[in-house]
Design a protein around this ligand. Structure first.
Ligand SMILES: Cc1ncc(COP(=O)(O)O)c(C=O)c1O
Length: 468
């Protein structure tokens, strides 16, 4: 009898996070302030607590996980690594498919790995209230959960289209004691301005981030900070526990190293969490194909330039060196709400630029098809975001079949889709479409990058797009 679960004992849970910034062949360029100069820690002090600002800027390879954070993570970690025997059998592939099941956390995704860490560091710093944005609602519910564990009030701005598509996410956040409003809202200047221009806007993560930052920095008590669920270096760092556990679990399964590592990518955190410990091996010479997967509707890595851009629509954040569709980008209303961000983490962008990562884009319908196949073979119903990783993993397994190779494929099962059944309902009713981003829409949204500084490594993609 075969056991498809590879479980790691609690004693073997990693005690340190891994920082890719220490090992990248070329360090990523620094964030810039409004004067075009690199921002120092003080510039971020109104937004984040100083202990997290230090983590954001560190280039230490390993960062100790405090005991208080380990204790919180231990509520659901280590997470299982699963072998997709049933999917392999259905596909008739010689490939071995493994997935790291991050859906077992209480809110149902990888997001609490950083939510509990961020809430813990904020608590240490004396913070009483956290503000944040959420797309699909996974991040908002993760921070609501973490705030409840640590006694911190949490206020969440949820992108309007998802707020309407996924009403039960709000109920989850409220169950954990948080407050959730649709973004844009009339509670902030940023929200009111957007609503005046476009009262029917579906919203975007960029707008919701502006609202949450404004709410944090305008609280005169000094005990409110903002928390971001992806993109930033410290978020990538906290998520590396996924890949560090997976490495140990693959060893338990008798696998020295995977051939292909895959994760869906919105801001980049679940991908980075699984992949960065393997990127370290690749830098040392290992042959691994490492694939971040994004939607065709929001093609940040595959069609947008490597540029300096703001992380939010109202341009409150520093300029970050990243692949960006432009901070004013309003993405099509696809169901994978967590993959609708205009940028992608600077560390992931640097990995793309330095040839360590091979990004790929998938269409909405092929993702739902993959998700349904996965549910009917493996039994788990994936989040629409996660289905992008599954579609790529299935494509790789089919390729292995064609080529007759025993490829080892590892992907991140970043979350379950039990709160996303409206998307499945629409798919079964034939109401969903593909939304490849039209070239004119891309060109329009990139216009905001004109005049902003350029990072030293300019992407070939940028030139290709401009020459079209
Ligand atoms: C289940 C799931 N996977 C992936 C993502 C994308 O975020 P990131 O790229 O930061 O992992 C989200 C975001 O909400 C999500 O909810």
């Amino acid at each position: 009898m075969r056991d498809p679960k590879i479980l790691l004992p609690f004693e073997d849970m990693p005690r340190q996070w891994y920082n890719l910034a220490a090992d990248l062949p070329e360090p990523p360029p620094p964030p810039l302030g409004p004067d075009g100069q690199p921002v120092g820690p003080d510039a971020l002090a109104a937004v984040f607590p100083m202990n997290l600002v230090e983590q954001e800027m560190t280039t230490d390879r390993w960062v100790d996980i405090p005991d208080g954070v380990l204790e919180l993570l231990a509520r659901w970690r280590p997470t299982p690594l699963r072998r997709a025997y049933a999917l392999e059998q259905y596909l008739g592939t010689p490939a071995k498919i493994f997935y790291k099941d991050e859906s077992v956390s209480p809110p149902g995704s990888h997001k609490p790995n950083t939510a509990v860490a961020q809430a813990w560091y904020n608590k240490q710093f004396g913070i009483k209230r956290l503000t944040t944005e959420t797309g699909a609602g996974q991040w908002g519910s993760a921070l609501a959960y973490a705030g409840q564990l640590l006694g911190i009030q949490v206020d969440v701005w949820m992108v309007r289209v998802s707020f309407e598509q996924k009403p039960f996410r709000k109920t989850m956040m409220e169950t954990w004691g948080a407050r959730c409003v649709a973004s844009p809202s009339i509670e902030t200047q940023a929200g009111r301005t957007i609503l005046e221009q476009d009262p029917d806007t579906p919203g975007s993560l960029g707008i919701a981030i502006s609202e949450a930052i404004e709410a944090a920095v305008s609280d005169a008590s000094g005990t409110t900070r903002y928390s971001l669920g992806s993109v930033l270096n410290h978020v990538m760092l906290h998520q590396t526990i996924i890949g560090l556990e997976a490495k140990k679990q693959l060893k338990l399964a008798g696998i020295d190293r995977p051939d292909v590592v895959i994760g869906c990518a919105g801001g980049g955190s679940n991908f980075a969490g699984l992949a960065f410990p393997f990127v370290a091996d690749k830098i040392q010479g290992a042959q691994i194909e490492i694939i971040p997967v994004e939607p065709e509707a929001c093609p940040t890595m595959t069609r947008a330039p490597y540029a300096y851009d703001h992380g939010d629509t109202a341009r409150m954040t520093p300029l970050l060196p990243m692949h960006s569709l432009g901070h004013a980008f309003i993405p099509p209303s696809i169901h994978a709400g967590g993959l609708r961000y205009h940028g992608i983490a600077p560390l992931v962008s640097a990995g793309v630029q330095q040839g360590l990562l091979s990004p790929r884009a998938q269409q909405q319908l092929e993702c739902y098809e993959a998700a349904v196949l996965f549910a009917r073979t493996e039994g788990l119903i994936p989040a629409p975001e996660t289905s992008h990783a599954i579609a790529a993993a299935i494509a790789e397994a089919r390729r292995a079949k064609e080529e007759g190779r025993e490829t080892v494929i590892l992907f991140n099962y970043s979350g379950h889709g039990l709160m996303d059944l409206a998307g499945y309902q629409a798919y079964f009713a034939g109401q969903l479409e593909n939304y490849p981003l039209p070239a004119e829409a891309l060109e329009r949204s990139l216009a905001v990058l004109e005049g902003l500084p350029r990072p030293p490594l300019e992407s070939r993609i940028w030139h290709v797009e401009r020459e079209r």
